[in-house]
Design a protein around this ligand. Structure first.
Ligand code: ZN
Length: 616
């Protein structure tokens, strides 16, 4: 009860207009959940605009491509202040305009949704999994209005709501199904799980956490999983030295581990949505990795926020050049924290390091920098188009790209200072400068950062502006790859060739369905590329051996060594017969291994890096 009152006080304090402006009222009901649609009724009182512009979002916070949520909305009817139906006009594919309303509009519509993940709406007989931008029609110009949201369960269903929305609607008669959002930004950032939610609560110091789970497993599994989530929370709290002030008074993990879910994790200010078709019993480490990644976001991206996505624009794809830091550094810390919390072993951590280094060594780093890769998010983060792209050669995902940069920066800082300065210090400095100051309105960040701010923070933390400038110029704005072998050696890890001495002509795969065709785009660093061979070309002979599939190619490579020249006969996709000579290279792929026997200095370096950092 105290928390509920505190939350309402926060609403009142956070929005000066809360008492002045009448809230927008949303009502969600489910007449036919088996048919996967939700009935929405939204009332906009006190309208001063002649025409109320109703919109469905084109994008969703934390997802950078367009999802065009208007496509699932139908049976739209609007009514004016006197209850008469209004004739709606369509200014574009995403909007409905209501004129002649007399100062209030109630719009009623159906919205279909059948995808359990962090972006969409999913309705069925077991639950309603609601991402607000996929469900909610909003009105232009009313961003600062609070809204109330009423969830109406299907007849006979014993559903409850888990969400970061503020509990209650400000009235004494409030029910467990009534919630409040202080403004549009906060509403859109507040997903809700409405179903048979199992809830576990824990506190770290004075900060409260809830783990809300919809799954098909046992209570004992949930108990243990929530305990592991608490370990992660304590480790990440230790990195920043404190937890943010969660606006409703607590942070909520919303997990749907259901056979019909799509795998996803989506961050929000005071909650996260985590979905998976896997179960706790079978995929514990993967699911904990998502917990670790998403919770780190309550600092990094939700509050330590890049300028390009603050405030979030629901009318377009939001773009920023800093996702290498917002997502990439989070990608680095997720598995690192699992190790610090002793939820993964050294072999698993070595595999994670291999993945980061292999990603940043991809030839694609020659085409786009980490900053440029970040700006590709609207196309690659769930974006859809039907034409072929050459992204395998030109874009590294900013997740592992930024993760590899975080690894290089952490080890470089530790290397320079013998462990006295670390990436944890950088993150804490970013938190204090840009996250902790918060926002005048709930759900807003008043001091989002630019890439120059991040560089200046590194200069301050390292005490060396030239070092900071050089690091950003080389690895973030430039195309260089750090010397991971040297850096990791300090922590007792070896970076070595995955296939020492193996001849290689590229990571080529063959499709044998129509002839023997190259099914992969050739990269400029491959010997195959130099020979003029690319995707869809038909490989006939290599070194005199007829090629019938991948095994034949491997057999040829095995009898050669790097530097050997082999002849190739192929038919290009315009059906012209060609031949070429390929000079085989050494397989460039590497792996990270525990060096085994460590010096005392290596042991100390590793313990400082991978050891527990629990908040006190
Ligand atoms: Zn993320």
């Amino acid at each position: 009860m105290t928390r509920y009152l505190a939350a309402l006080a926060l609403v009142a304090a956070g929005t000066a207009s809360f008492r002045a402006a009448e809230p927008i009222r949303y009502r969600f009901s489910f007449p036919e959940p088996q048919h996967r649609w939700m009935q929405v009724e939204a009332t906009f009182p006190g309208i001063t605009q002649q025409t109320l512009e109703l919109r469905m979002s084109r994008s969703s916070p934390g997802r950078y491509s367009l999802h065009e949520f208007a496509k699932n909305v139908y049976d739209v009817h609007a009514f004016g202040a006197d209850g008469r139906e209004l004739a709606l006009t369509r200014p574009d594919s995403y909007g409905w305009n209501a004129a002649g309303h007399g100062g209030a509009v109630t719009v009623k519509y159906k919205v279909y949704g059948d995808r359990v993940d962090g972006t969409y709406l999913a309705v069925d007989t077991t639950h309603a999994h609601i991402n607000m931008p996929a469900a909610v029609m909003w009105a232009r110009g009313l961003d600062d209005r609070p809204s109330t949201i009423t969830f109406v369960p299907p007849a006979g269903a014993r559903w409850q709501v888990a969400t970061q929305l503020y509990p209650g609607d400000g009235k004494p008669t409030t029910s467990e199904f009534e919630f409040t959002a202080p403004n549009l930004q906060y509403l859109m950032d507040s997903p809700a799980e409405f179903g048979p939610v199992a809830m576990r609560q824990f506190a770290v110091g004075a900060t409260h956490f809830r783990f809300a789970l919809h799954h098909t497993g046992s209570d004992a599994e949930l108990d243990r999983f929530a305990q592991d989530a608490a370990k992660i929370v304590r480790q990440e709290g230790g990195i920043f030295g404190e937890f943010p002030q969660y606006e409703p008074g607590y942070y909520t993990f919303l997990a749907d581990y259901l056979p019909y879910a799509d795998g996803d994790g989506m961050e929000h200010r005071n909650s996260t949505v985590m979905t998976s078709a896997a179960s706790i019993a079978t995929s514990r480490t993967d699911l904990l990795d998502t917990v670790s990644h998403e919770f780190f976001h309550c600092w990094n991206v939700e509050r330590i926020r890049p300028q390009g996505i603050e405030p979030f624009d629901f009318d377009r794809a939001d773009m920023t050049g800093e996702l290498w830091l917002a997502e990439g550094f989070t990608q680095y810390y997720g598995p690192l924290v699992l190790h610090r919390a002793r939820l993964v072993d050294l072999a698993e951590t070595a595999r994670t390091l291999t993945g980061l280094i292999e990603a940043v060594r991809s030839p694609a780093h020659l085409a786009r920098s980490a900053e440029e890769a970040s700006r590709m998010a609207p196309f690659i983060d769930g974006g859809r188009s039907i034409d072929r792209t050459n992204w395998s050669n030109t874009v590294i995902s900013y997740y592992p790209y930024g993760g590899a940069i975080a690894l290089a920066l952490d080890l470089t800082l530790r290397d320079r200072t013998d462990g006295k300065t670390t990436l944890d210090d950088f993150m804490r400095a970013m938190w204090r400068a840009f996250g902790k100051p918060g926002g005048a309105r709930p759900g807003y960040v008043d001091k989002p950062y630019s890439v120059r701010d991040a560089e200046a923070t590194l200069a301050a933390v390292s005490g060396d502006a030239a070092f900071a400038h050089d690091f950003f110029a080389k690895y973030i704005e430039g195309r260089e790859v750090a010397d991971y072998a040297r850096l990791l050696a300090r922590a007792g890890f070896t970076v070595r060739p995955r296939n020492p001495g193996r001849a290689w002509l590229g990571d080529v795969r063959l499709d044998t369905r129509r002839g023997v065709r190259v099914s992969t785009l050739a990269a400029p660093t491959w010997p195959l590329y130099a020979a003029g061979i690319d995707q869809d070309d038909e490989l006939q002979q290599v070194d005199g051996t007829r090629i019938g599939g991948d095994q034949d190619l491997q057999a040829v490579l095995q009898r050669h060594k790097p530097g050997d020249a082999v002849s190739v006969a192929f038919v290009d996709r315009t059906r012209v017969q060609k031949s070429a000579t390929i000079t085989l290279a050494a397989d460039p792929h590497v792996e990270v291994l525990d060096a085994g026997t460590l010096t005392p200095a290596q042991q100390e370096f590793r313990a400082s890096w991978l050891g527990s950092k629990e908040i006190q």
